[in-house]
Write a protein that binds this ligand. Structure first.
Ligand code: ZN
Ligand code: ZN
Length: 75
């Protein structure tokens, strides 16, 4: 069985790094599949790590949508 090591963040399960496939002798045959081996790394990715939790209201999220309707020059 071939193995492919995928490193994931242990907090948010996002992919941190995907190694190349380590093929066995049956690699490429029909119906042969690659076993994915998950290695957890001990933190969250920058998108999901909430370091420095500043003063944001409870129903948070990214302040991304809602500012796009009027005159697109204010960015
Ligand atoms: Zn294999
Ligand atoms: Zn993440």
């Amino acid at each position: 069985m071939c193995y492919k090591v995928v490193e994931r963040f242990s907090v948010c399960k996002c992919v941190y790094f995907q190694h190349s496939i380590d093929p066995c002798s049956a690699y490429g045959q029909r119906g042969h599949s690659v076993q994915e081996k998950t290695v957890l790394v001990g933190y969250a990715c920058p998108r999901h790590s909430t370091r420095g939790s500043s003063s944001s209201p409870s129903s948070g999220g990214w302040p991304d949508s809602g500012y796009s309707s009027s005159k697109g020059s204010y960015r």
